[in-house]
Write a protein that binds this ligand. Structure first.
Ligand SMILES: Nc1ncnc2c1ncn2[C@@H]1O[C@H](COP(=O)(O)OP(=O)(O)OP(=O)(O)O)[C@@H](O)[C@H]1O
Length: 818
């Protein structure tokens, strides 16, 4: 038996053989070198001295260089952190410094290349969810949000598409982390095998009463234990590293898409609507859960897979084909049963994510509008809304828990108890059924000598019994490991389903962002696109015109895709050249701000042509929105927004200039009042309504654009200051396009565009201020007023009559009542 057992080799045997082979080769080589005869001692000393000197010089130079670089880095870092600024690379990369311990740490961020986005479109915009589909915006439908998240082909496609983003190259950091992780997983499996074998040996030696061998076994056990502990903690560490690396890649990718030049952060919610309420929940929560789940899946699925192959292979050698067939049949049986009975965890998780998002959005809204709600004393109503949203979330989560209970009972019973019972039966087969025992290979020889060689001290039957004991213990441990690996695999079905839910959410976000970028809107299959829907845009937005021009452009309030928007004005045409200050006026809701939105590119030019300057800001166009926006940051950041301090320094602008701008905007007192340029506050709460609007004008004076849309930008400013602000802006050569209902502003403008005229309030009039036609129109208005005034006396008489009649009625009612 012993001779037979040496024919089969375990992985550990093979490892020691390989080690011996390389060790012997190395020893032979060293031996050969020695036999060649030593170099002459002088030459050897010279060579050694030279090599040492060279090493010292290189190391010192390298050390000095590293030290100087780090020192310079630290100083730059401190300076830039103080200024809340960074560095910009020629390739578009940005280097920022973040405080780390007592110093700073450098982080370089490379923007995602346009070609990468183009290449990814076919992955994220394939309507059927198949990677092979050719990308064509005309035929591609919306991203496959309708597909139920679960273990299906769509999930595979979505996951692999996201992997393209998370692991962009084989030589990337993420690929390195995954490979290292895989090496540690393999090492752990190998160590489990060694432990199983050692376990068998220790028990055998214990039963046989071999003290020395037993103690040696314990020492080996401890040594392997320390290596295993290191391996286990490295696996956990690498898993966290992989998760954060995935998250970094995905977050940067999403940010590049979301905050790129296409205004996706506006269009996503106002035009597309593909991801419902908000992207915040997707980016902050779902993305994190997805990365954690994907990183843990790699070890929770990868390790059991490796384990199952290795342990099965081992058991096959120990127990033969019969047992292996039984084992495999059990796996497939259990997997099929669990898969059949498994609730749709993916779908449930995706829905949970949405409900979490809704709840979070309500809270975010309350924070953003706290003052307004407080004035209305609307806390109770908000309370009800929040409680309702939370109740929906809670009910959903509770239902998931309930569904889980039944499934967990089945899963636990099958995987923990049925499998181990089955394992005991299989390992005991060679013991109780000698026929099977003969079919299967006998116990193998190990590093410790087989009892069979100790002839004379023990009987043959005793040796056989020891061998069987060792084999049983080894097999039992292997079986338990196998059951553990198998059950982890099966538990992973649930994890996999949950991952499918998170994958679907993250995929939906990215594919919707790609759709916004590519403007990939098509009419629903076999249907015509609705009028003024995103699939029926035929107009052109032309950037690079020295002025603002609309030619036969309908003003349409858009609806979410794929619905059609509402037409406010059928066609509008006007042109504003440099120096042609325009006042856009008209009743509320007539579409005044809508014109600004069309020119800014927020709303589509459905038909006709819209022309505007190429860039925003200096020498271009600027828009001051109706609701003033104050950014998080310093007082300086408020004046220079959307510039950062880095942009300001690059442009060679100084604080003294900012101070003079603030003074022109009648805000010169702010620097002293707020404690300097670097003061950070919640500016939206600190500044009054009028101050906020004047800050908008200060921004205008800082950026000095050629054209500026001011949407009700001075409604809260007193009229004397208002006039001053207009004169300052015009003095800087800015052509103003003001949106206001205040006719008094006419005097600062050369043209007026009046919207909301006619019976259906869908007509407009474009006039030069002071021209004959404008006088005509004022004359017409005066005539109407005069006619009204002429009727005043007859209206008064009629009112008198009515009051008298009513007086009589009251008197009669009073008498009858008495
Ligand atoms: N994001 C939007 N999506 C769809 N419709 C919108 C959107 N924003 C505004 N609207 C609608 O478009 C119409 C025109 O809005 P707009 O803001 O241009 O009015 P306005 O003339 O500037 O009015 P006001 O004087 O009150 O500011 C309104 O009926 C409004 O309800």
């Amino acid at each position: 038996m012993a001779a037979q057992s040496t024919l089969r080799k375990s992985p550990s045997d093979r490892f020691s053989e390989t080690f011996d082979y390389f060790y012997n080769r190395l020893a032979a080589r060293l031996d050969k070198l020695q036999r060649r005869g030593p170099l002459s001692s002088r030459t050897a000393r010279l060579v050694a001295t030279l090599a040492l000197s060279l090493a010292i010089i290189t190391a010192s130079y390298g050390g000095y260089k590293t030290y100087s670089r780090r020192k310079a880095d630290r100083e730059t870092g401190r300076r830039l952190v103080r200024r809340n600024s960074g560095l910009r690379g020629k390739d578009g990369s940005r280097t920022i410094f973040v405080p780390y311990k007592d110093s700073t740490s450098r982080v370089t961020i490379f923007p995602t290349k346009k070609t990468t986005f183009d290449a990814h479109r076919r992955l994220f915009l394939a309507s059927s969810g198949q990677a092979g589909d050719k990308y064509d915006p005309a035929t591609m439908g919306p991203p496959p949000t309708g597909i139920k998240p679960g273990l299906n082909v769509a999930f595979l496609h979505q996951f692999l598409s996201l992997m393209n983003v998370m692991v962009p190259r084989w030589r990337s950091k993420e690929a390195g982390l995954l490979t290292t992780h895989a090496v540690f997983l393999l090492a752990r499996t190998y160590l489990s095998l060694v432990v199983a074998r050692l376990d068998g040996e220790i028990v055998r030696d214990l039963v046989a009463g071999k003290g020395k061998a037993f103690l040696l076994g314990i020492c080996k056990w401890l040594a392997i234990g320390s290596v295993s502990s290191y391996t286990n903690s490295m696996i956990k560490f690498l898993q966290s590293k992989i998760s954060i690396a995935f998250r970094t890649r995905l977050t940067r990718y999403v940010h590049d898409l979301y905050l790129g030049h296409d205004l996706a952060y506006y269009k996503l919610h106002n035009l597309d609507g593909g991801i419902g309420q908000g992207a915040d929940q997707f980016i902050t929560q779902d993305l994190t859960l997805f990365c954690d789940s994907a990183a843990s899946l790699y070890s929770s699925l990868g390790k059991p897979l490796v384990d199952i192959f290795t342990f099965n292979f081992q058991l096959y050698h120990s127990l033969g084909p019969f047992a292996l067939t039984g084992l495999l049949a059990t796996y497939f049986g259990t997997a099929t049963l669990l898969r059949k009975l498994s609730p749709p965890f993916g779908k449930l998780k995706a829905m949970e994510g949405r409900k979490e998002g809704d709840f979070r959005a309500l809270h975010a809204r309350l924070i953003a509008n706290a003052e307004e709600v407080a004035f209305y004393n609307g806390g109770a109503t908000e309370h009800v809304l929040l409680d309702k949203s939370f109740k929906e979330l809670k009910t959903w989560v509770e239902n998931i828990y309930k569904i889980r209970v039944g499934y967990n009972i089945l899963e636990d019973f099958l995987l923990k108890y049925s499998w181990s019972a089955f394992g005991y039966i299989i390992t005991s087969l060679p013991v109780f059924l000698p026929v099977i025992g003969e079919l299967t290979p006998a116990p193998r020889s190990q590093s410790s000598p087989e009892p069979a060689v100790e002839v004379g001290s023990r009987s043959k039957s005793q040796n056989q019994s020891d061998g069987r004991m060792k084999q049983f213990i080894t097999n039992k441990r292997l079986m338990l490991n196998l059951a553990d690996a198998g059950s982890r695999m099966m538990y992973s079905i649930k994890d996999l389903s949950e991952l499918a839910g998170y994958t679907s959410r993250v995929y939906t976000l990215i594919s919707t962002l790609h759709r916004v970028h590519a403007k990939a809107y098509a009419a629903p299959r076999y249907q015509h696109a609705e009028l003024y829907s995103l699939a029926s845009i035929e107009g052109t937005l032309h950037r690079g015109f020295d002025g603002v021009r609309l030619e036969d452009v309908p003003v349409v309030a858009p609806a979410l895709y794929p619905m059609g928007g509402e037409e406010l004005i059928e066609n509008i045409s006007f042109i504003v050249g440099p120096g042609d200050h325009l006042l856009i006026t008209g009743p509320n809701g007539a579409g005044k701000s809508a014109v600004a939105r069309i020119v800014a590119g927020l709303w589509p030019t459905y038909r006709g042509l819209t022309s505007r300057p190429r860039q925003n800001g200096q020498d271009g166009i600027m828009f001051l929105p109706q609701r003033p926006y104050l950014s998080p940051g310093t007082l300086r950041d408020q004046v220079i927004y959307p510039h950062t301090e880095m942009d300001m320094r690059d442009a060679g602008r100084r604080e003294s200039e900012l101070q003079s701008i603030l003074e022109q905007a009648k805000l010169g007192y702010l620097t002293d009042r707020e404690g300097g340029w670097d003061t950070r506050k919640e500016w939206k709460d600190v500044l009054s309504g009028g101050e906020k609007q004047r800050m908008g004008i200060a921004r205008l004076l800082y950026h000095e654009p050629r054209f500026a849309f001011i949407d009700e930008g001075t409604s809260a400013v007193s009229s004397d200051v208002e006039g001053l602000l207009y004169e300052r802006a015009k003095g800087k050569g800015i052509t103003l396009i003001t949106i206001s209902t205040r006719a008094s502003l006419k005097r600062y403008h050369s043209y007026t565009l009046t919207l909301g005229l006619g019976e259906d309030a869908n007509e407009y009039e474009f006039l030069r201020v002071g021209t004959a036609s404008e006088k005509d129109s004022v004359e017409k208005e005066l005539q109407e007023l005069r006619e009204c005034l002429a009727q005043v006396d007859s209206w008064k008489a009629r009112r008198q009559e009515i009051e008298e009649e009513l007086g009589e009625v009251w008197v009669r009612t009073g008498e009858s009542g008495a």
